[in-house]
Design a protein around this ligand. Structure first.
Ligand SMILES: [Zn+2]
Ligand SMILES: [Zn+2]
Length: 260
């Protein structure tokens, strides 16, 4: 699997010279195999998708907060005629995947409806593990306002776990640790410093310190921290990274490629 971090910023997209290194685009990770192009979340990072050739396109949505969906109307492949794009998400707030997308992408909030784009967008409501070609997708429920799915993507004996918009509590942390058991790559929400977390409990995000605990107890082989706070500049993120960095742990940088 070839993993590309297309967006690692949390909450809202930002720009400017102080965020060049880690990037300002919101959540999107591309997983490519020979046959499949699987995008996890459709934040503004999805706008910068590389050329995926003839691979089949699937988009997995962890939850429908705007920062995880707002790139979809500018996804280059949504404009391509004869392209099928399969979008998968768990129903949230009694809304199906298709209803959630329609809420955000339809007048008067947006000039077009999804049905107006050239591609053929097919929405799926998911509840349990399923296959996309030879990729297996497992999911568990994390802790986040409104709910959020954590995904484990497995292909040809390798796996990654995508755990963003996740706030730890003791019981759920145990579930995550066994869910991430022995994974090759853990992507973990470390939006807050320990000090920030003290005033931001219940906001639905975690810290690098807890991420390190998950990595150690799950025996994950490597980890990237994601969902960087929009107020954290490159120099702040470098400083936070310095405290935890090792050969196998760092803060995700937009454009970074990891081969599993
Ligand atoms: Zn988010
Ligand atoms: Zn969220």
């Amino acid at each position: 699997m070839k993993i590309t971090i297309l967006g690692a910023r949390g909450s809202i997209a930002i720009s400017g010279k102080e965020v060049q290194e880690f990037g300002g685009a919101t959540s999107c990770v591309l997983v490519q195999t020979d046959e499949e192009a699987l995008f996890i979340d459709a934040g503004t990072g999805i706008i910068s998708s590389p050329d995926i050739g003839e691979r089949r396109i699937s988009v997995l949505i962890s939850h429908p907060h705007i920062d995880h969906l707002t790139g979809l109307p500018f996804f280059p492949y949504i404009y391509e005629k004869d392209r099928q794009i399969d979008v998968y998400a768990v129903r949230r707030g009694n809304l199906s995947t298709s209803m959630m997308l329609d809420r955000l992408i339809s007048p008067p909030l947006w000039p077009l409806r999804l049905a107006d784009y050239n591609s053929d967008l097919v929405c799926h409501d998911i509840e349990r593990a399923f296959m996309i070609g030879d990729i297996r997708v497992d999911l568990m429920e994390g802790i986040h306002p409104g709910g959020c799915s954590i995904f484990r993507i497995t292909h040809a004996g390798h796996s990654l776990v995508y755990a963003t918009d996740y706030e730890h509590d003791e019981e759920n942390l145990h579930s995550l640790i066994s869910f991430a058991n022995n994974t090759d790559l853990l992507l973990y929400d470390a939006q807050y410093t320990d000090e920030e977390y003290e005033t931001k409990k219940t906001f639905g995000h975690s810290t690098a310190k807890i991420g390190l605990q998950v990595m150690k107890e799950s025996r994950a082989k490597q980890m990237r921290f994601v969902h960087h706070d929009p107020h954290h500049t490159d120099s702040m993120l470098r400083e936070m990274e310095q405290a935890v960095r090792s050969d196998s742990v760092s803060y995700a940088r937009e454009g970074e490629v990891i081969e599993l």
